[in-house]
Structure formats: structure tokens, C-alpha cells
Design a protein around this ligand. Structure first.
Ligand code: IPE
Ligand code: IPE
Ligand code: MG
Length: 245
């Protein structure tokens, strides 16, 4: 029996964000090099995108490479970049066929040209797609994003385009990479680590957090349903009392 029957389609989280963690440990358990884990993570990515789109989730954001991941050994970084290029290549047709709009957040200037090119192709070829929005966080760090927003805001203030007293949550959020997207309602992190690792710090002020011991390459549609069902059993109070809801 599939857990899909337990998912309430009327109460889906509109935006799910995922920290895809545990590839290295998955490979190590099998006596293989870390990159073997990354390669096998691609299958879980496909399953997750498909599962979310089939359910009707509007936004799916995947943390694929953090600003801090640049500090990993050069050979691993290079392998990850190569894998990114081939995965985007292999998935592009699927994205278009499934009406999935692709975009990227993060400091993409730092990416090698080969990745930039693939990313730009995928963005332009899915521009017209009006189904789920799939966002890849690449070379992404939340503090970098918030600082970058602050710099742009300061610039606009100097130019008289914005008055500091008129700055609101919404205006600030419009300077972030995630402008035009709702905040995630559900965050999933695999591999048992209980931290956010510099992911969407502003946007996750009221996100429901779901942690699972499952390592990313073992993540599946069923694991996605499990997380959504857990989300649907929670009471989101946003500071209010139960009686007020
Ligand atoms: C997540 O898996 C993938 C990336 C961060 C790129 P890890 O590579 O972090 O795997 P572990 O955490 O070492 O097991
Ligand atoms: C977070 O995983 C980044 C991604 C999944 C892309 P890490 O494995 O890099 O996180 P830390 O360093 O253990 O917190
Ligand atoms: Mg990790």
C-alpha cells in the first residue's frame, strides 16, 4: 500500500524545500567513493520532482550545492559540477514534458561556464511552463543572499528609490533571490542532520521542519509522502492560540 492515499490533496504545502544530504555516507556504507553517492542521488532527485509535480505541489526548491560546499576537495567539487551538467541535460526533456518551470537561486557567478550554460538553457527552455516551479539552490548561502539584498537596498536608498522608513517585510523579501515565491511551508532534510546549513534563513521563519534518517540516494516518492503527511498533521499557529485558529 502506498502512503499516497494518506496525503490530503486539499492541504498540500504550496512550497517544499529540501536539503538533500547524506550522499557521501551512503557511498561510504557501500565501500564506494563519495562521488558514487552523488551519482546515485540523481535518481532520488528525479523521483522527488516527479512525485511533487504529480501531487500538484506548486514550488519545489532543492539545495544542491551550498556556498560552503566550494570548500570541499577540488576533485569532489569538479565531479559535482560535471554531474550537474549531465543531470540537467538528462532531465530537461522531462521538465518540459511535465510543464515544470526551472530556475536557480544562489551566487551563480561562481559556477563554471559549462554549468552556467546548461542552467541558462534550462531556464529559457522552460520559461513558458506554467506547472510546478523547480528551483535549484546552487552556490547558495542564505547569509550571502541577505547581505546581497541589503547592499542592493542600500544602493536604492542612496539613489532615492526607497525610503528606509517605508521598508517592510514584503519589500525586503522582494530583494531576495526568492522574490515572487511564497516561503517554504515544509522543509525536509535527509541524513539525520538537525541543522539548516545556511539555507533560506529569512524565508523559513515559520516553515515546518521535517528531519529523516534516510540518506538522500534512498529518498523516494514514498518518503516524500511521509513528510507531507507529517506536515498535514501539525497545527500551524503563527503565534496565535489554538482557539484563535
Ligand atoms: C549532500 O550529500 C550533497 C551535497 C552537499 C552536495 P553530502 O555530500 O553532504 O553527504 P554526506 O553528508 O557527506 O554524507
Ligand atoms: C548542505 O549539506 C548543503 C546541501 C545539501 C547542498 P552539507 O552536507 O554541505 O551540510 P553541513 O556542512 O553538513 O552542514
Ligand atoms: Mg552532508
Amino acid at each position: 500500500m502506498s502512503l499516497i492515499d494518506d496525503v490530503n490533496r486539499e492541504k498540500l504545502p504550496s512550497h517544499i524545500a529540501i536539503i538533500m544530504d547524506g550522499n557521501g555516507r551512503w557511498a561510504k556504507q557501500k565501500g564506494k567513493p563519495r562521488i558514487f553517492g552523488h551519482q546515485n542521488g540523481a535518481h532520488a532527485v528525479r523521483q522527488t520532482i516527479e512525485g511533487a509535480a504529480e501531487l500538484g505541489v506548486k514550488y519545489l526548491t532543492l539545495y544542491a550545492f551550498s556556498a560552503e560546499n566550494w570548500k570541499r576537495p577540488k576533485i569532489e567539487v569538479e565531479a559535482l559540477m560535471t554531474l550537474l551538467v549531465s543531470t540537467i541535460d538528462e532531465e530537461l526533456k522531462n521538465l518540459i514534458d511535465n510543464n515544470i518551470h526551472f530556475q536557480v537561486i544562489g551566487n551563480t557567478n561562481l559556477l563554471p561556464d559549462s554549468v552556467k550554460r546548461k542552467v541558462n538553457t534550462a531556464i529559457s527552455k522552460t520559461k513558458h511552463c506554467s506547472g510546478m516551479t523547480l528551483t535549484l539552490a546552487l552556490s547558495y548561502g542564505s547569509r550571502w543572499e541577505i547581505l546581497d539584498a541589503a547592499k542592493k537596498l542600500a544602493d536604492d536608498a542612496i539613489q532615492g528609490k526607497i525610503v528606509p522608513q517605508e521598508l517592510t517585510d514584503e519589500v525586503f523579501a522582494s530583494y531576495l533571490n526568492t522574490a515572487h515565491m511564497p516561503d517554504p511551508e515544509l522543509l525536509i532534510r535527509t541524513s539525520g542532520e538537525l541543522r539548516l546549513s545556511n539555507f533560506l534563513l529569512w524565508q523559513m521563519a515559520y516553515t515546518e521542519l521535517y528531519f529523516t534518517e534516510v540518506l538522500w540516494p534512498d529518498f523516494s516518492k514514498e518518503e516524500l509522502y511521509k513528510a507531507i503527511v507529517s506536515f498535514q498533521h501539525r497545527e500551524r499557529r503563527f503565534g496565535k492560540t489554538t482557539e484563535q485558529l
